[in-house]
Design a protein around this ligand. Structure first.
Ligand code: IMP
Ligand code: MG
Length: 176
């Protein structure tokens, strides 16, 4: 499987610049908030992006992670989700920044959003590294977006195909 070299869509250099811009936007947005900030990375896809992003956010914060599994027909999520690993932190009264690798149909993130909203945080905002708007089924507001991409299956920079390719230092298109 890993003999196929994905075609570069977002280079390591563009990733670095994108994270720098997002970090500035996020820092400016929360600078005057009176609430504590919790950055919530959704595993496994956002582990690398979250690690890079937080180093560009110049604010006090707590970082937490959550793993959800989405049920679907295999190629598409339906939005039925199950919590595999929950947050360690209470989010009551906190500012929550949800960090995702990619928003595709939007089904997964909208369910995670509702689930966390029920815990009464002060606010929830969404930061996604990639966005495939042409695939959206559930409308979702991405407050901080890295890059819009066309409807192609991408891997690398945390994104996988059958759990492989997450370690690629760039985002590439996998032509299978
Ligand atoms: P959604 O619920 O359809 O928005 O999809 C959410 C999840 O599907 C993302 O967090 C990714 O883990 C996965 N996903 C969607 N598109 C891609 C892709 O092009 N490559 C790898 N994973 C993807
Ligand atoms: Mg994911």
């Amino acid at each position: 499987m890993e003999n196929i070299t994905p075609e570069v869509l977002v280079s390591a250099e563009e990733i670095r610049k994108t994270n720098q811009r997002l970090g500035k936007e996020i820092t400016a947005f929360y600078r005057h908030s009176n609430c504590d900030l919790i950055v919530v990375g959704l595993l496994r896809g956002s582990f690398i992006f979250t690690a890079d992003l937080v180093r560009h956010i110049n604010l006090p914060m707590v970082v937490d992670f959550m793993t959800v599994s989405s049920y679907g027909n295999g190629t598409e999520s339906t939005g039925d989700i199950k919590i595999i690993m929950d947050l360690d932190e209470s989010i009551l009264g906190k500012d929550i920044l949800l960090v995702e690798d990619i928003v595709d149909t939007g089904n997964t993130l909208s369910r995670v959003f509702d689930l966390l909203a029920a815990r009464q945080p002060a606010s929830i905002r969404i930061c996604s590294f990639l966005d495939k708007p042409s695939r959206r089924q559930t409308p979702i507001k991405i407050d901080f977006c890295g890059k819009e991409i066309p409807d192609e299956f991408v891997v690398g920079y945390g994104l996988d195909y059958a759990q492989h390719y997450r370690n690629l230092p760039y985002v590439g298109v996998l032509k299978i």
